[in-house]
Design a protein around this ligand. Structure first.
Ligand code: OGA
Ligand code: NI
Length: 361
């Protein structure tokens, strides 16, 4: 039994093993308040900036990519606009079966419902381990813990999955294969939208690394004091995100936060740091965050599609000229990814590592 002592509603002693995650915390009876470790400073709490109403990310019908040449060009144009103005969009008519999506959400839920002992078989591992269960963001360096448990595993070229639930491997194998197909199709279109060969970006990704991040945010006794996933940008090329029916994702747009409502049968796609670099800043990775709520468990599943760890990332030469100097220096993707795992989540600061200072451009 966890030793949790409350004094007038506030935790004064807390001897629970935080590494087991927030679901474990709830199961241990911590249901009145969040332990101090999860209390974010006021200026980093969800309320720090207003969430604006009435705005939403663009919607793109990607069946147009398989349509007539005219339809394809129109779809590519709306993709270009969405990538340049928002860095985030919702895709519809994507061809991934609703039943596969439902099964994926189901095995994800089943995984987090396992005993802590079972989940911890994959816990306390190195941040670069191809299969890892964890909590918060990076517990080695997190100053404040986030109300989030996660399972992170490689999907391509090698699928690494937990042994339990027994059908996780089969379902995740199918699910991530489909989302990777969609990502490659989008990559070709994005490449074309930048005026590059359709295969330019796709080639980088064809042999690239895909990993899955299954986020589990159980109900939280004091959601206003903590975060589910602190503001960050994704470091890969394109992320394909699925959320269950519980909202919580917010995207930073023109200085304010816009909520991305859950809509059945749709996926959210966002531009990652790598695509910002390849496009030499024409498309921008965008800060996003997830907030938690007091009533319901939220699950989201990110399929992160990036280059291979030994690939060099740099602005496409065709997008660099006298009026468009290179904005980023080149780096091995693996080196970039490793660096990110040693820094605390802080919005889009990641890319500063690669930015070429103005006077040197
Ligand atoms: C992520 C992410 C947000 C969410 O996994 O990178 O941003 O909605 N998730 O859970
Ligand atoms: Ni993200």
């Amino acid at each position: 039994m966890a030793a949790v002592v409350f004094e007038s509603g506030k935790n004064v002693d807390y001897a629970h093993d935080h590494m087991k995650g927030v679901k474990d915390l709830l199961d241990a009876g911590v249901t009145n308040s969040v332990p101090d470790k999860y209390v974010f400073p006021e200026n980093r709490r969800p309320s720090v900036a207003q969430v604006v109403q009435g705005e939403s990310i663009p919607i793109i019908d990607i069946s147009g990519l398989d349509g007539s040449q005219h339809e394809r060009l129109q779809t590519i144009q709306s993709l270009a606009q969405a990538c340049a103005e928002w860095g985030f969009f919702r895709v519809i008519n994507h061809g991934i079966e609703a039943s596969l999506v439902a099964r994926m959400l189901d095995v994800a839920h089943q995984f987090f419902s396992l005993t802590s002992e079972e989940k911890m078989k994959y816990g306390n591992r190195d941040v670069s381990d191809p299969l890892r269960y964890g909590t918060s963001f990076n517990t080695n360096i997190d100053q404040f813990f986030s109300w989030r448990d996660y399972l992170r595993h490689f999907c391509y070229p090698v699928l690494q999955t937990p042994d339990n639930p027994p059908n996780y491997r089969d379902v995740a194998g199918q699910y991530f294969k489909e989302t990777r197909k969609m990502a490659l199709k989008l990559m070709a279109a994005v490449s074309e939208s930048l005026g590059l060969q359709p295969t330019y970006i796709e080639t980088v990704f064809r042999e690239g690394l895909q990993f899955g991040v299954v986020n589990f945010y159980p109900e939280c006794p004091q959601p206003e004091l903590t975060m589910g996933f602190a503001p960050h940008s994704d470091h890969g090329g394109l992320t394909i995100l699925l959320q269950n029916e519980v909202g919580g994702l917010q995207v930073r747009h023109k200085g304010h936060w816009v909520a991305v409502e859950p809509v059945p049968n749709t996926f959210i796609v966002n531009v990652g740091d790598h695509l910002e670099i390849v496009s030499n800043g024409r498309y921008k990775s965008v800060e996003h965050r997830a907030v938690v709520n007091a009533e319901r468990t939220r699950i989201s599943i990110a399929a992160a599609n990036g280059p291979a760890l030994d690939a060099l990332i740099f602005p496409a030469p065709q997008l660099v000229d006298e009026t468009h100097p290179p904005l980023y220096r080149s780096m091995l993707y693996g080196e970039f990814a490793r660096y990110l795992q040693t820094t605390e989540l802080r919005g889009k600061d990641n890319l500063d590592l690669l930015k070429i200072p103005k006077q040197e451009q």
